[in-house]
Design a protein around this ligand. Structure first.
Ligand SMILES: Cc1cc2nc3c(=O)[nH]c(=O)nc-3n(C[C@H](O)[C@H](O)[C@H](O)COP(=O)(O)OP(=O)(O)OC[C@H]3O[C@@H](n4cnc5c(N)ncnc54)[C@H](O)[C@@H]3O)c2cc1C
Length: 360
């Protein structure tokens, strides 16, 4: 495992700093993405022809981690560049890649995910949205929920059922939707904190044949790779590291005796976050967009989510509440649900664990 960035990754992270330092204070985050995109820093793992630098995923996460540490909304980055753009990079046609990836890499187009539905959350094979063949394309109808950043997005990757299928995993396809289509309506769903989720109603939206991403009817098997980054827990890691920083700041404000009593807890939390980060980077070192190690990714997501929750829980119990720490306490439960619930990760990890042999 490599907990530290190598020299090239560290240089990329420093480049991110320089671009952000050069922006006037108070610059809108979306404009900051465009500045990073102009320097080809937003998606360094995309090929140069699509606005990237042709580097590895590990380089990309080094740059993305610094963006998160500097307070950029990493959910936009993760969903747009990594999930939607990553799906196009891995399974999109040459036309789709040439049309969409340069705009995404430039920070001029944002994307969202329309996978979850009321009644089909973690179980992405339970969807009821349909795509019916029509005039060479499809007509899509359904309701999607828990979608984030949808109001800022121009496109969305959407799952829909294209045939009854031999099993519940067969007959699901992925489509790229134009969110400006009037047949698509979004309603904000208030959230305890932060930006709202969106419920998105798709009422017979027509998409042409060029909207299909990946093979027809076999979209379900593409989903683990599509949301692989989310499943690797980088969003959770970003929360864990920023909450750890806020925790340490407040820890240093404690009276001396209280600091001495809590020092052991703080070291354990720091080690838990560092271990989760090492695992997440290791998962990315061994991954490429077409070949995600599901089990390693599951370990990584679980470790990152639980590290974030441990920090938030401790800070909530032991420290004076600050706005950031109170938000951490409220937000922490989400970490083991978004991007796949912890039960799913435990299930995947169990497949790699020789418990059956041990019991026999
Ligand atoms: C911050 C955040 C951002 C999100 N962004 C998006 C997005 O952009 N687009 C999108 O499509 N979706 C998004 N989601 C939705 C997410 O991926 C899940 O689909 C959703 O949170 C599941 O919610 P649910 O109410 O359907 O819960 P369920 O999936 O029904 O889970 C309910 C409970 O059952 C448990 N559970 C689930 N599966 C199992 C299992 N196999 N075994 C045992 N227990 C299980 C869960 O841990 C949970 O406690 C987001 C969710 C969050 C929290």
């Amino acid at each position: 495992m490599r907990p530290e960035l190598d020299a090239a990754q560290a240089r990329l992270a420093d480049e991110v700093d320089r671009v952000l330092d050069a922006a006037p204070p108070g610059t809108d985050p979306l404009a900051l993405f465009a500045r990073l995109g102009a320097e080809r820093l937003l998606a360094v793992h995309y090929p140069a022809a699509f606005g990237g630098r042709g580097l590895s995923l590990a380089h990309h996460v080094a740059a993305a981690e610094r963006m998160g540490a500097r307070g950029l909304p990493d959910v936009i980055h993760i969903v747009t560049v990594q999930a939607v753009g990553g799906a196009l990079l891995a399974f999109g046609s040459a036309e789709q890649q040439a049309r969409w990836l340069p705009k995404i890499a430039a920070g001029r187009l944002f994307g969202s995910l329309l996978l979850s539905e009321p009644g089909a959350g973690s179980d992405s094979a339970a969807i009821r949205a349909t795509a019916t063949p029509d005039s060479g394309g499809w007509r899509i109808t359904g309701v999607k929920t828990w979608s984030v950043s949808t109001d800022r997005s121009g496109i969305a990757l959407c799952s829909a059922r294209t045939r009854a299928g031999r099993s519940r995993y067969d007959g699901i396809s992925l489509f790229l939707l134009d969110l400006t289509d009037p047949a698509i309506q979004m309603t904000p769903v208030p959230r305890a904190l932060g930006d709202p989720y969106f419920e998105v109603t798709i009422d017979g939206a027509y998409v042409g044949p060029d909207a299909l991403v990946g093979p027809l009817h076999r979209g379900w098997s593409l989903l683990p790779s599509t949301i692989g980054f989310e499943r690797a827990g980088f969003e959770c890691l970003s929360r864990a590291t920023s909450w750890m920083r806020a925790t340490e700041t407040e820890f240093h404000r404690l009276p001396r005796a209280a600091r001495a009593a809590a020092a052991g807890d703080l070291v354990r939390l720091r080690a838990q976050v560092a271990g989760a980060r090492a695992l997440a980077f290791h998962a990315m070192h061994t991954a490429d967009v077409l070949d995600v190690d599901e089990v390693l990714i599951a370990y990584s997501k679980l470790a990152c989510a639980r590290a974030g929750q441990a920090v938030a829980r401790w800070a909530g119990e032991e420290l004076a509440p600050t706005p950031e720490l109170s938000a951490a306490v409220d937000e922490a439960p989400e970490l083991t649900i978004s991007g796949g619930p912890q039960e799913l990760q435990l299930d995947l990890i169990a497949t790699d664990f020789p418990i059956g042999r041990a019991v026999r």
